[in-house]
Design a protein around this ligand. Structure first.
Ligand SMILES: [Zn+2]
Length: 362
């Protein structure tokens, strides 16, 4: 069998849009099919034609559920891909929530732009993909456990390894034509809550490795130092009497923060305050964490997320009522503040001298 050929279709000179095409003889795999996120010009790449024929891809191997690795799967399905999408069981559950949410945002965004009066004479904008496309992609998902050999196509063997990045995340080993290649996916970071340190095979011929912070000396912060820094911010912010608004990523960062806040309150290092989790996606992701608590560290019986100070906000009305609050901690998505309920919390709290906006990820 001939030597495999690798083509890189995304995450080049940028950190989003991960997509590798791996050709082994006549068989073609994709490793990830991610959304480009960030600037407007980057996001226009999401509408460019794929550089390959989606119908000719035999299978997708998915490293994890973050949208910059998975967010173009609905478009791939819409344009003819019908093979299996392999990922871990936890990734499958998270992916279900992430792709449905992404599709709703795409539909709402197209709707909002089409309603603008100054576009009345222009052709309507189609959403990048719809909820139906997302469901079509989700129907293709095939879960596989870490450490199990599987065959995404007849002459290719693959295996998932714990990447220690988010719930369900994996590095993927691919063997074809006698060549062993490891796709790291996103890995780590160190001192992370919930996850065992990353694991991987040795003796690889090629390693395709995430390098997002490869050119930066990052301060090494232990979990306890991180909590101490958070405690200081929380106490200072709430001493002013207003709210503490924290824009959060719904998946993983929300759950990490809840773990830290619960510990700090239980240990008496911060006063007990009402904590509102104002993101339906974050709430659904938290339920999935709770369900997988036995695979995760630090969660015990999952009682952390049932802390009496925590309130998961469901309806839009309940979310709007938080605008009248003072002295609350409000976690809302999106983490980048470009969509979601965080926007109305910013609108109400930015003009308040006594409120604080705390960024915990970017
Ligand atoms: Zn990631």
């Amino acid at each position: 069998m001939s030597t495999p050929v690798l083509t890189i279709h995304g995450a080049g000179q940028t950190v989003t849009g991960s997509c590798f095409e791996f050709a082994a003889g006549q068989q073609r795999l994709l490793i990830d099919c991610g959304l480009f996120q960030g600037s407007r010009s980057l996001e226009t790449l999401n509408r460019q034609p794929f550089a390959f024929d989606p119908a000719r891809i035999d299978a997708v191997l998915l490293t994890h559920a973050h949208l910059d690795h998975s967010g173009l799967l609905p478009r791939l399905a819409k344009e003819g891909f019908g093979g299996p999408i392999w990922c871990t069981p936890a990734t499958r559950e998270l992916l279900t929530e992430m792709l449905r949410d992404a599709a709703r945002i795409q539909e709402q965004e197209a709707d909002r732009r089409n309603r603008r009066a100054d576009r009345a004479d222009e052709a309507p904008i189609e959403p990048l993909y719809t909820l139906t496309d997302a469901e079509d992609a989700l129907a293709l998902v095939r879960p596989v456990e870490l450490g199990t050999d599987f065959h995404p196509c007849p002459d290719v063997t693959a295996r998932m390894w714990n990447a220690g990045h988010i719930l369900g995340s994996a590095s993927i080993e691919v063997t074809a034509g006698g060549v062993r290649t490891l796709f790291s996916g996103d890995i780590g970071p160190d001192h992370k809550s919930f996850h065992l340190d990353p694991a991987g095979p040795s003796g690889m011929d090629h390693v395709i490795c995430e390098s997002t912070y490869g050119d930066r000396e990052r301060e090494q912060v232990t979990s306890d130092e991180r909590r101490a820094a958070l405690a200081l911010e929380v106490e200072e912010a709430l001493a002013r009497g207003g709210n503490l608004i924290i824009p959060v990523f719904a998946l993983e960062r929300t759950q990490e923060l809840l773990l830290d806040l619960a510990r700090l309150m239980n240990e008496g290092r911060i006063a007990r305050r009402q904590v509102f989790i104002d993101s339906p996606l974050a709430t659904r992701a938290t339920v999935i964490f709770q369900k997988h608590r036995r695979e995760l560290e630090d969660l015990g019986d999952g009682e952390v997320f049932r802390h009496p100070a925590f309130h998961f906000v469901e309806t839009v009305d309940a979310s709007m009522r938080l605008n009248a609050m003072s002295g609350a901690i409000i976690l809302a998505a999106s983490g980048m503040c470009e969509a979601g309920r965080i926007r109305h919390h910013l609108r109400f709290n930015l003009p308040r001298w006594d409120s604080t906006i705390l960024f915990v990820g970017f």
